[in-house]
Design a protein around this ligand. Structure first.
Ligand code: URA
Length: 191
């Protein structure tokens, strides 16, 4: 299956109650041969309106972070763990993440990136479990590079803070910029 076929199915998805509240699902976007897959949490208000990932304030900061790493949006695949906006931007429920996760698994299997960067703790938790890595707090492991060697995939995983966290806490912004500078070096040397 191709990414656009998966996206079409996501547009018709009713696997969880979030479909009742959405304006548009946000399947994610980017090339199928992207080396880097960035995965956030769930669409917010502007994403729900446009059907595109990270187009609000957090998205603007994400663009800055990408440019620190020498990347453009068109180079990477950007998606979310949950494809429909939770009402009032509340945290996604475990049941919603579970219902939605087959879509992300399918996208991952098509792209087979070299590097996965999670944005925020929900996405981090998803990939720590997927890659059979021990569960940790994001404050302990943000910015660290994990080498993943499983039967199904070999690559790298880097959990990052969610870009929206920088909008609320100034010190997190500095930490994020620093993490992305380190990621830039890693990308230059290893990808
Ligand atoms: N926050 C996310 O996690 N994803 C988006 O697409 C937008 C904001």
């Amino acid at each position: 299956m191709q990414l656009d076929e998966i996206a079409e199915q996501i547009l018709a998805c009713r696997r969880c109650p979030l479909h009742q509240h959405r304006t548009r699902p946000v399947p994610g976007e980017g090339p199928a041969n992207a080396k880097l897959m960035l995965v956030g949490e769930a669409p917010g208000r502007f994403e729900d309106k446009s059907g595109k990932p990270f187009v609000g304030a957090a998205g603007k900061f994400l663009d800055e972070l990408l440019s620190i790493a020498g990347l453009k949006r068109s180079d990477v695949f950007i998606g979310n763990v949950v494809k429909c906006r939770p009402p009032n931007n509340r945290d996604p429920l475990e049941s919603e993440i579970k219902a939605c996760s087959p879509w992300l698994d399918m996208q991952f299997n098509v792209i087979r990136p070299r590097l996965v960067v999670s944005l925020g703790r929900f996405s981090m938790d998803f990939f720590l479990e997927k890659f059979a890595l021990p569960k940790k707090n994001i404050s302990e492991i943000h910015g660290q590079v994990f080498k993943v060697d499983t039967l199904m995939w070999h690559g790298y995983f880097v959990p990052m803070y969610h870009p929206a966290a920088a909008l609320y806490r100034g010190n997190v912004k500095e930490e994020q910029i620093n993490d992305w500078k380190i990621l830039a070096d890693f990308i230059k040397q290893r990808l």
